[in-house]
Design a protein around this ligand. Structure first.
Ligand code: AMP
Length: 348
């Protein structure tokens, strides 16, 4: 059977690393992105520029490929659904419909008897009065929030006056967890009960942005095992094909909570490029293109550091030792808080 041509929606660093992994497997890729400067076009075989709701441009892209996947979860569900009528979209669009919406996502996880933070839906300001026991908390938009965007810390009700919140967007109020640690699990599902699962990764955030990811995570055996069981349970329930990431909180009493699910390759999994025989990106391509599943082998412990904004200038001029791997995302514009690259260091 000849190899399929893979379409990737989204052309940022995740799209780039997916395209690089596909190149290694001799799979051709075409990128579709709304940014004309999308860095992933540096590594793909073709590029289509268009808006994510422009069905004419989308069709031009779909005509060139056999299978479609995506690098971020906020593509309109209607778009993915339309594409799926013509060519297979993996992971399937119904996964995205759940995960794009924080409330649907949390309800889904709780229905599996998996712990999340306590939360309620908030549609108008007065509703917060009746759920004071969830304070201190975070008010989050139900859609389109990431890296702390669209999130408001609420310690007491009077805090609400200091923010200009458009309640018509739909929010959830989430109780603040007294965090001891954050970890994530990256897992690739190839089919029923067929997984490649990476060990838990410890994540350190600053200002709600991921700064460091480290393996091994310093966690108890119980949390090590529980986080893996819950992640595979989630992937199985979604009938997921490809790589996904489950982000967890651990509180000061060693309780584990699922924070959120990313239906895609994930920033915390970048260290898998150098620390494992098969990276999260390669596994994603293997799963969606129905290639062989190769047993995972860990090669080294590792630490990944995100390079944010202007920090990239120094990193571009540095020399690196044999155990250091610098990735420049080749973004044209340096912006405050923008992820510009990362450095993975293999450690003993
Ligand atoms: P999110 O975009 O929801 O993943 O939030 C980004 C980061 O904010 C998380 O990785 C945590 O560091 C922090 N955070 C979000 N929700 C909570 C919560 N309920 N309790 C404590 N910290 C939180």
């Amino acid at each position: 059977m000849s190899k399929p041509i893979l379409g990737i929606i989204g052309g940022g660093q995740l799209g780039s690393m997916l395209a690089i992994a596909a190149n290694k497997l001799e799979i051709k890729t075409i990128i579709f992105c709304d940014d004309v400067d999308a860095p992933a076009q540096n590594f793909s075989n073709g590029f289509v520029h268009g808006q994510y709701n422009d069905l004419t441009k989308i069709k031009e892209f779909v005509n060139q490929v056999d299978i479609i996947t995506y690098e971020f979860e906020n593509i309109p569900y209607a778009t993915l659904n339309e594409i799926n009528k013509i060519k297979p979209v993996l992971p399937k669009p119904s996964v995205n419909r759940i995960i794009q919406h924080r409330l649907a996502e949390k309800d889904f996880i709780n229905n599996l008897n998996i712990r999340t933070t306590q939360y309620v839906s908030i549609e108008k300001k007065s509703e917060i009065d009746s759920v004071k026991d969830l304070l201190p908390g975070l008010l989050k938009t139900v859609t389109l929030g990431y890296d702390g965007k669209g999130q408001y810390p609420i310690t007491k009700l009077s805090n609400l006056e200091t923010f200009d919140i458009d309640y018509s967007k739909g929010y959830i109020l989430e109780k603040l967890v007294k965090l001891k640690k954050e970890i994530s699990i990256v897992v690739t599902r190839f089919g029923p009960q067929q997984y490649s699962i990476y060990e838990p990764i410890e994540n350190v955030h600053e200002d709600q942005i991921l700064i460091n990811s480290i393996i091994p995570a310093k966690i108890t055996d119980k949390i090590f095992n529980q986080s893996k069981i819950w992640s595979t349970q989630i992937a199985e329930e979604l009938k997921y094909i490809g790589t996904l990431c489950v982000e967890f909180f651990i509180d000061r009493n060693e309780n584990l909570y699922v924070n959120e699910i990313a239906p895609r390759v994930h920033n915390s999994g970048h260290l898998t490029i150098n620390a494992y025989n098969i990276s999260q990106f390669e596994n994603h391509i293997r799963a969606v293109c129905k290639l062989e599943q190769v047993p995972l082998k860990k090669l080294s412990n590792a630490r990944m550091t995100n390079i944010i904004g202007e920090q990239i200038i120094n990193f571009r001029n540095k020399e690196y030792s044999e155990n250091e791997f610098f990735f420049d995302y080749l973004k044209k514009e340096i912006k405050d808080k923008r992820k510009m690259g990362h450095l993975t260091t293999l450690i003993s």
